[in-house]
Ligand binder design. Sequence first.
Ligand SMILES: [Zn+2]
Length: 137
Amino acid sequence: MKAAAQYGTDTAGNLSFKMHELSLAASILESAVGAAKNNNASKVKKIYLDVGGLLMVNPEQLRFGLEVLSKDTIAEGMEVDIKKIPVKVKCASGHVSTLDPEINPLHNAPLLRCPECKAKVEVLGGRELILKKIIAE
Ligand SMILES: [Zn+2]
């Protein structure tokens, strides 16, 4: 599963971040449960997620969202493995770098600059949210 980057650009602060993780958790859960059912599984044991650094996901909040939303589903009690994928950028001069974006507090959005020349950059990777593997039975 892939989802487009949805990092917050509003000014609602923490609330928007929690809503963000909760909506990501809902779509992850739907994919995991759907895939398990398609394979005639009755229980999701564990899922492996690749989460791009640009999604600005708090792993603990994502875990919590999945735990809450999976209650009374076949995914209740599943383990969640979250791997953070670094943000990869390229500037107009051709510098390719990986970085941990800083958050611009005014916009709640990542500030992305080339670490070498401070120019604006094009994002090559780090926006992905991938449900990589599901262990079900
Ligand atoms: Zn550069």
